[in-house]
Design a protein around this ligand. Structure first.
Ligand SMILES: [Zn+2]
Length: 396
């Protein structure tokens, strides 16, 4: 099929496309109520969108008296690609225009193998999704990488856990390979966009999304939009100091949150607890597997292992300490906790909540839910699709 070539010509058309993306097929009358356009002006804009092929007529709408009209919807053949590159795995999914996932695959991959090897894998996964019949091409792709990104250019900047990626033109290279427009962002921002579109943050305008994976970062959403800061490093909370004379961190400082609690720190601590005899459960797992991860700590905690529970509580204390400061500063309506450690579940959440409610002022926390993300690994790929659709559903 013909790929998307047109872009909305003005902000009204852009608004209509986003409403159809977020709410699905709808009647002209109901769209008119939402965009606050006169009936004749709305008819003009909808007709122009129908001419571009971006929207199509779709069945008869429920009657509101008078002549019945057709529902309209986004072109059913539109396909977006969402790519979430993590430190240790890659997720690739294809969605329709309403950002519903049609096919999703995951592949283990170490981001330190560098951009050339990683994108070879990404392209192979995209090709596999095409071959499975989910898409015959892509209208756009949104990519997340686990480090800071200079957003307009789509280039990673000095990413601490991604040697070889500094300055690599991700957007340009992938756009050429995939033959469609590409947007690149930090993986944490993608998670925030995903939870905002289809997850626990659907009705939140101002919220924080803390992702605890191999590293730790925070997506900041203000008035419904991701806030990236002047150079794209907003929300890089993993290097906020939580222990003045604490552990050395990969960034060169001491006592950073990430050095005390992250997927990587937790794996190290779990192996220590296994070796020094504090945790028979972890020792058993280390013996059979040769290495431990956050998932092992989760399993040991679920089995009632005291050392594992202590590790989770201590990590939650440190994380909660940082989130408490963010809450005082930002006054969010919601805090979402996500990433690989969400398997630690309610023990982690309870420790974080205790710190935040203890340290922040009642006015800021009075109505503040602190919850786990709903979408798991789907949040990043849905966020990627949302990112590129926001770009394409903007006036050219
Ligand atoms: Zn650090």
């Amino acid at each position: 099929m013909r790929r998307m070539t047109a872009r909305p010509a003005n902000t009204h058309q852009a608004r209509l496309l986003r409403l159809l993306r977020d709410g699905g097929p709808n009647s002209r009358a109901q769209l008119g109520d939402q965009v606050d356009l006169s009936r004749s002006k709305l008819a003009v804009e909808v007709d122009r969108l129908l001419e571009t092929g971006l929207v199509v007529a779709d069945g008869l709408a429920a009657s509101r008296g008078g002549r019945r009209s057709h529902n309209i919807r986004l072109a059913p053949g539109l396909r977006f690609l969402g790519v979430d590159i993590g430190a240790t795995s890659i997720d690739v999914a294809v969605t329709n225009a309403e950002l519903e996932i049609l096919g999703h695959i995951t592949h283990p991959m170490d981001v330190r193998e560098g951009p050339v090897a990683v994108f070879e894998q990404v392209l192979a996964m995209a090709a596999k999704l095409r071959a499975s019949g989910f898409a015959d091409g892509f209208d756009g792709a949104g990519i997340g990488v686990p480090g800071p990104v200079r957003f307009p250019e789509g280039v990673p900047v000095a990413p601490p856990i991604m040697p070889g990626w500094d300055g690599y033109p991700v957007r340009e290279v992938l756009s050429q390979e995939l033959g469609c427009p590409v947007m690149v962002d930090n993986d944490v921002n993608l998670m925030a966009l995903g939870e905002q579109h289809a997850g626990v943050a659907r009705s939140a305008g101002d919220f924080l999304c803390v992702k605890i994976g191999t590293g730790i970062g925070c997506g900041i959403v203000v008035g419904g939009e991701v806030y990236r800061g002047t150079t794209g490093s907003a929300g890089d909370i993993g290097h906020i100091q939580v222990e003045p004379e604490g552990r050395p961190c990969a960034c060169g400082n001491r006592g950073c949150l990430e050095a005390h609690f992250s997927g990587a720190a937790l794996a190290r601590d779990a192996e220590d607890a296994a070796r020094d005899g504090r945790s028979p459960v972890l020792a058993e797992r280390l013996h059979t597997q040769g290495a431990l991860s956050a998932a092992d700590v989760a399993a040991a905690a679920a089995a009632g292992d005291t050392a594992a529970l202590d590790l989770i509580r201590s990590g939650g204390d440190h994380t909660g300490q940082v989130i408490a400061s963010l809450v005082s500063f930002f006054n969010p309506g919601l805090v979402v906790i996500g990433g690989g450690v969400t398997g630690l579940g309610h023990t982690l959440l309870a420790a974080i909540r205790t710190q935040v409610y203890r340290q922040s002022l009642p006015l800021a926390t009075g109505n503040l839910p602190i919850v786990l993300g709903e979408l798991g690994p789907a949040s990043g790929v849905i966020g990627g699709a949302r990112l590129i659709s926001d770009h394409l559903f903007s006036p050219a």
